[in-house]
Design a protein around this ligand. Structure first.
Ligand code: ADP
Length: 359
């Protein structure tokens, strides 16, 4: 029974008792069969009340039925047919028995039902968690074999790349300053540097350095990140704001790697606002967890790709490596933290959560 239907249901039960009692009082005593039918009709509201409201409801309506019916027994039957009156008193006692037993059974059934619903909800949650874990395991397995193969290749690429870079620099030096060929040398150098950066990022992703954790204050880390970003942000017409919680508990982190996380997120934020905008660093304490949010006022992540932005090599940029977020995700996961992204009405909010350090 839901609460909204309760007053209507109670009015219906009370109305049924009043109706049956009225019929009793109006029917002449010699219509014995009719009286017997009416008295059994009391069972219906009693059973319904017990079923809907448990043993209390059953007993309540049984009491109401008894109270309405007793004066009738006393006034009409007690004097005329004493034995029949005794039978009627037993009938009233039966109302109470039916009300309490049916109510008790109803309560049992309700409790079982609630238990089954609770178990069902727990199972649904466990099933969801399991599916997510299996998905992550499969993804991790796929990635680790991919990373194994690719890191071998990348390793081989790095040495010749260094040689090409050196050779291009020598060639550049040999080309006259005013020669149009110098531009080719410059392009070659820029592109080699880009490949080098990509290779470096990939190795960073495939073979992450071991964590070297120390106690740190996340607010200090944010301050350093803002300093490092200052020039790049100003050049892109981006204002950096800080909204830092006072008395933030310390965390145990590899500060260098966590700085990489903040920079990757913030550089993406700057790049998401080609017309300029604001990047806000926010820190908060959420119980035993320290949260850092990096929010921009850019166009947000397209809803159909938001589930893929942490995948390695996923990029929507012409010259993106698609590794910045996967590296950040990996570093945060190594810290047993969480990195998540959500679109806000204006822009995107990335959130890193880390357990506070033990005192
Ligand atoms: P890259 O920057 O090289 O593309 P990332 O892994 O850092 O690689 O980012 C993956 C993709 O996630 C980006 O190409 C972009 O589409 C999306 N993305 C990341 N940060 C933001 C942001 N702040 N706003 C909108 N999109 C973003």
């Amino acid at each position: 029974m839901n609460r909204r239907s309760t007053p209507i249901a109670i009015a219906f039960l009370a109305g049924a008792i009043v109706l049956v009692s009225t019929l009793h009082y109006l029917t002449p005593v010699d219509s014995l069969v009719l009286h017997q039918i009416y008295q059994r009709t009391y069972y219906i509201p009693i059973i319904l009340a017990a079923f809907w409201y448990g043993w209390r409801g059953g007993l309540g309506i049984a009491a109401l039925a008894g109270l309405s019916y007793l004066p009738h027994i006393m006034l009409h039957w007690q004097h005329q047919n004493y034995e029949y009156a005794l039978n009627q008193y037993a009938e009233v006692a039966l109302f109470f028995a039916i009300g309490s037993v049916t109510g008790w059974l109803g309560d049992q059934r309700r409790r079982e039902h609630e238990r089954a619903e609770r178990i069902n909800a727990e199972l649904q949650t466990a099933y969801g968690d399991l599916r997510q874990t299996v998905g992550q395991l499969l993804q991790a397995e796929r990635l680790s074999s991919l990373a194994e193969i690719a890191s071998g290749v990348v390793h081989e690429v790095r040495n010749p790349l260094g040689a090409i870079k050196g050779a291009v620099e020598i060639l550049e030096d040999e080309i006259a300053e005013d020669s149009p060929r110098r531009e080719f040398a410059r392009i070659a150098k820029v592109e080699v540097e880009r490949i080098d950066k990509l290779v470096h990022e990939f190795l960073r992703f495939a073979r992450p350095p071991k964590l070297s954790k120390t106690r740190a204050d996340v607010n200090d880390l944010v301050d350093s990140a803002v300093q490092l970003l200052d020039q790049q942000a100003a050049a892109a017409n981006v204002v950096i704001k800080r909204d830092l919680a006072a008395d933030l508990p310390a965390v145990e982190i590899d500060a260098e790697q966590m700085m990489q996380v903040l920079l990757n997120l913030a550089i993406n934020a700057v790049e998401a606002m080609p017309e300029g905008g604001t990047v806000t660093f926010r820190t908060n304490r959420e119980g035993e967890v320290v949260a850092v949010e990096i929010e921009d006022t850019g166009g947000g992540v397209a809803p159909d790709v938001i589930d893929h932005i942490f995948d390695p090599f996923f990029t929507t940029k012409d010259k993106g490596s698609g590794l910045g977020l996967s590296i950040a995700h990996k570093i945060v996961a190594q810290h047993d933290g969480k990195l998540s992204a959500e679109n806000r009405p204006t822009g995107t909010r990335f959130k890193v959560t880390l357990d506070r350090a033990a005192d």
